[in-house]
Design a protein around this ligand. Structure first.
Ligand SMILES: [Cu+2]
Length: 154
């Protein structure tokens, strides 16, 4: 698999809703639950491309957050840090797993009320071909092994 994320993160907001007729299948989308005093969290999911043409996700947005970025958690000198990427390529027939410790969608600046575990967070993915998809990601408590990376600030 040659999937990659590269460059600086884009900010898209106020995306118009569109019917999704593409080849991407989103599996198990979820958002890390955060304490009421935190305003930043991350969304995870597996994005599969069932089509015959590669797909590039070039932006993301959520009505519940002021900013949404693609990040990759990287190890540098044994310390986990996060790097912003500007796109996410899913090869034809391939998949990219966004998961704790790897690629993730960073949700920054929670607007309004605290996230409730079990509630759904809309995350809109914008593709380079002009299509987009809204993913409803469930707020869940992160597995214990995954609680480290977001103790690092932005
Ligand atoms: Cu991040």
């Amino acid at each position: 698999m040659k999937s990659r994320i590269g460059g600086l993160a884009l900010l898209l907001s106020g995306l118009p809703l569109a019917l999704w007729a593409g080849d991407l299948a989103i599996q198990d989308p979820w958002v890390r639950a955060i304490p009421p005093n935190m305003q930043t969290t991350a969304a995870y999911m597996v994005i599969r491309n069932t089509g015959t043409v590669g797909k590039t996700v070039v932006g993301a947005a959520s009505p519940l957050f002021s900013r949404v970025e693609f990040h990759e958690t990287v190890q540098k000198n044994g310390v986990a840090g996060m790097v912003a990427r500007d796109s996410l390529v899913i090869d034809a027939g391939g998949q990219v797993a966004l998961k704790p410790g790897g690629y993730h969608i960073m949700l920054i600046g929670l607007q309004g009320q605290a996230l409730q575990t079990g509630s759904k967070v809309p995350v809109m993915l914008q593709l380079s071909d002009g299509t987009q998809e809204t993913v409803m990601a469930e707020v869940r408590t992160a597995p214990v092994a995954a609680t480290q990376e977001h103790h690092h600030g932005h």
